[in-house]
Ligand binder design. Sequence first.
Ligand code: ADP
Ligand code: MG
Length: 359
Amino acid sequence: MTHVLRERAERQFAAELAALADSDRLPRPPQWQLSPQAVVTYLIGGTLPNGVEITPKYIGNRRLMEIAVATLATDRALLLLGVPGTAKSWVSEHLAAAISGDSSLLVQGTAGTSEEALRYGWNYALLLAKGPSPEALVPSPMLNAMRNGRLARIEELTRIPADVQDTLITLLSEKTLPVPELGIDFQAVKGFNVIATANNRDKGVNDLSSALKRRFNTVILPVPDSLDEEMRIVRSRVDSLGKVLELPDLPPADEQIRRVVTIFRELRNGVTEDRKTQLKSPSGTLSTAEAISVMSNGWALASHFGDGTVTAGDIAAGLLGAVLKDPVQDRAPWQEYLETVVKERDGWKDLYRACRALD
Ligand SMILES: Nc1ncnc2c1ncn2[C@@H]1O[C@H](COP(=O)(O)OP(=O)(O)O)[C@@H](O)[C@H]1O
Ligand SMILES: [Mg+2]
């Protein structure tokens, strides 16, 4: 176990990646560390011919991962689109780790992202002392990816101002980055491509221009289909987060996971799982990612302050925090859900009491 709180994927899963590379006999696109098939196995999980287990990273439709990986082997970039918490950033990191062996070439998109973050900047001390020179140039992650034939990642592409987004159009179509100050062009090396993520809910913030959209293949990551699938995601992520944080082992908390995921799904969908009762949805996204944190908080509470099993009392606080995003507006739908669904459901009395106790 290392002391780093969050290892990059290529380090955390170095053993799996090495085992995949060892057994991989299929052709690899230029500069790829693995064949497209092996990259998908890394993402979806499986057992290698030599018995090595590859843990699943993405739990969901294999075909979506095949489309994403195949796109990166073409000259089009990949756009992962979806509501918050659908594993867009997670998949993007693992794709870069498996394909380039490096997930660190990352630009975080914000309203303040400048052209420099996508192109290059200058070391002003050197620039003043010596004038424009290659040594004074500070490359962006994008430029580094171009020069080394790697994947660059852009997080939250649609938050970047439209004129800055336009910088990407030439970069993606010409695969060239001119530096007029030095009279040179950097030309992308084979292996270079871009994975961007964007949030469905940001629509209209800075919608992608149609010119830029054409440079991307879009893969939509859906919210999990079924209760069971969503439970599997939460269980596997909570387990591995707990290991990294070295939380004391606890008996599996499947019953609590089932309840948290059920509540999230019902409120998100505006109807109970049995489809019999219509519900009002609160304003928050209630994503799988938030269900994961409610459960890890519950685990920490149970192991440090509880009796060693995750109880209703350990998940109630996290649950309320996730549901009551807007303390005024979200109160009514939550109260109604609590009184008409949670209170009446068989075996849920403890959870009802724990939630009421916090109100
Ligand atoms: N289908 C899934 N398979 C595996 N993990 C998932 C899935 N959906 C969500 N997660 C988990 O949810 C967490 C948040 O995902 P993230 O990539 O940050 O979401 P996004 O970027 O889409 O908002 C991650 O820890 C990820 O492991
Ligand atoms: Mg994200």
